[in-house]
Ligand binder design. Structure first.
Ligand SMILES: [Zn+2]
Length: 251
């Protein structure tokens, strides 16, 4: 019975991770569980957003998506506009260099080497800034391609979904193979109003909330015989399987 139960658990985990999340290629993550938003001070020339609007949309996006993961300790709260930061012509790596440590910098860029197609709404990443600190950066498409900018016509709900998706990259999450996940590479044809279990798993993997369940080392404290012991052992096996298997699906 115990063998069958463990096998069933493994099957469940395998089945669950077939279209699992990935991490960003450099495997960076914040060293803290509380990150703030910083908005670049430059105006957006072509997409009708402003730094103040980006701050409102960004904070709302965090509350609507990533701050709702009960199994993760990560919280993205608070933010401000920094008039001294200008990313108007920056590539993503140039913007990342300017992002203060432990913040996600959000701004508008009209760089057409990066935004060479109107269908690219935004880009996001995480890495090391010019002070050697871990930070995240997220740029919204402010370029004009053949006189067009698609960000300018997006509804607020879709703008929040775009900011949440790119913030996922800025937190260290790569693209998911699951088409219903927020972190799927395309949001065309759907409005992603909430995270899926796959997105939950990604954030929880990077920033887990401390477990209240007794650890493996406390297995001897179980007093109710074989059934209780096997239950705790299964939890330990499940934990190890998650830790070992998840990275194999990363890009
Ligand atoms: Zn993406």
């Amino acid at each position: 019975m115990r063998i069958l139960s463990v096998f069933g658990l493994l099957l469940l985990l395998f089945g669950h991770t077939v279209q699992a999340f990935t991490l960003v290629p450099n495997r960076a993550k914040f060293p803290v569980n509380n990150v703030t938003i910083r908005i670049a001070g430059n105006d957006c020339s072509n997409n009708s957003l402003s730094p103040a609007r980006l701050l409102d949309l960004g904070l709302d996006a965090m509350d609507e998506y990533w701050n709702r993961v009960p199994t993760s300790a990560m919280k993205i709260t608070g933010g401000s506009v920094d008039a001294a930061i200008d990313v108007s012509g920056d590539t993503l790596s140039a913007a990342l260099a300017k992002a203060p440590g432990n913040t996600i910098l959000i701004g508008c860029s009209a760089d057409t080497t990066m935004f060479d197609d109107v269908s690219i709404l935004g880009v996001g990443t995480i890495g090391t800034n010019e002070q050697g600190q871990i930070s995240g950066a997220l740029l919204v498409n402010d370029a004009l391609i053949a006189g067009e900018n698609h960000v300018a016509s997006l509804a607020d709900s879709l703008l929040r979904a775009v900011l949440a998706h790119e913030s996922g990259h800025a937190l260290g999450i790569g693209h998911s193979g699951n088409p219903v996940a927020l972190m799927y590479y395309s949001i065309g044809g759907k409005i992603q109003e909430r995270l899926t279990q796959d997105d939950y798993d990604a954030l929880t993997y990077l920033y887990p909330r401390p477990s209240k369940i007794a650890g493996c080392g406390q297995v001897t404290e179980v007093k109710d015989g074989g059934a209780g012991l096997s239950f705790v052992l299964m939890i330990c096996v499940g934990f190890l399987v998650i830790v070992v298997l998840k990275p194999s699906y990363n890009v």
